[in-house]
Design a protein around this ligand. Sequence first.
Ligand code: GLN
Length: 473
Amino acid sequence: ASLDRIEAADEKVGAFLQQSGRAALAAAEQIDVRRAAGEQLGILAGLPVAVKDVLCDSTTTTTCASKMLANFRPPYDSTVVAKLRSADAVLVGRTNMDEFAMGGSTENSAVQLTRNPWDLQRAPGGSSGGAAACVAAGMVPLSIGTDTGGSIRQPAGLCGVVGMKPTYGRVSRYGLVAFASSLDQVGPLARTAEDVALLLEAIAGHDPRDSTSLEEATPAYSQSVSKPLENMRIGVVKEQFATGLNSEVETAVRDAIAVYESLGATVKEVELPHSKYGVAAYYVIAPSEASSNLARYDGAHYGHRTDQAEMMAELEAERKQLSESGDQRGLDNLDTPLIRMYRRSRAEGFGPEVKRRIMLGTYALSAGYYDAYYLKALKVRRLIRQDYDKAFEDVDLIAGPVTASPAFKLGEMVDDPLAMYLVDLYTVSANLAGLPGLSMPCGFSEAGLPIGLQLQAPPLKEQRLLKAAHMYQ
Ligand code: GLN
């Protein structure tokens, strides 16, 4: 059914970069055989799961929707992919994303556009746009995304599905192609909190191969998700409802909070005074880490390599021109073949947004600017975390919007990086603080576009988020 649905709908939606097709069917049949033989199966037995094309899977390519990795076949599986297989999931394909997970609309994919299933003229959000769209369009019940500054929660919100960014360290990053290592976290998307609980249970857990992985036992999320929370205290941040928030989003979010009150929750105002600096700090820290992580793609160690013959001809032509004009300085400064190979490979392999991040990050980390930008951003990051710690002394959860407005039109923001960065206003703080956050549908705009509610919790309280989401659903 999943493969049929993908065939019927994905031509329009464009969620998948790769499909396993018959291999997936064979894997599903194999699981049936084992079931018939009375074998004990994993918790995802036979369930179709789509995986964002940023997690290594040795059976296919991992492209990060970049020309740089167009032909990259990892020799090993990421821990998350290995865990999905050992839970007997059926991996049906690899989903589209913003190149190297940098973006919020999936329009930075070097491969294709993904459309929002609710309105094909609109963006699905990003960077895990394919992962959200394929669940929203009913192609798969479960998908895996990654969230560095909102890339699970934002597309989930814009596509009307449930998505969770777990606590930093809850899910292994081993085999996840790094964007900003101190912020990156893998997480589940699905239609319901129950399904998210099941998928999280399958992928979470300590992994000695990720040094930032937490040594925490994985709770039985799927068992506890339907137990309601009692005496729930919900925090609301006043600034999150200030100017800039679309009125339909505000109404839907306030209505959702009222539903919690009707379920017995008390609502209290809390303060996150430094969150207004979240986007600024994030867009220093994330590009800084990215500029370092992406240094490995030089055409030699990893990634696309420029055409050697063309490159040598180019160098030779330049050399000739310089010597004819007697430009000795130019000749002295001419690239060596190796340097030219790096330059051309990176110029050809990376798209404009990735280049922008590399330049931003390289600048912020350079001598003389490091203290003013990177170190300052780290200090802001610490303050944001302290605000949360204080707020969570009084409340169990913080509720608010995921994005300031419903899904925007494709093409509307691609040429305005700053506007695109500001979309992350409500999501980046959880990454900076390392906290878990969940996005779930809480209504529709008049134009029929889904609206998301964000719930945030203290570290390791994913169970609380899931229970709360399930109560609402
Ligand atoms: N939109 C943010 C960015 O472009 C977040 C991306 C993410 O979470 N991967 O960096």
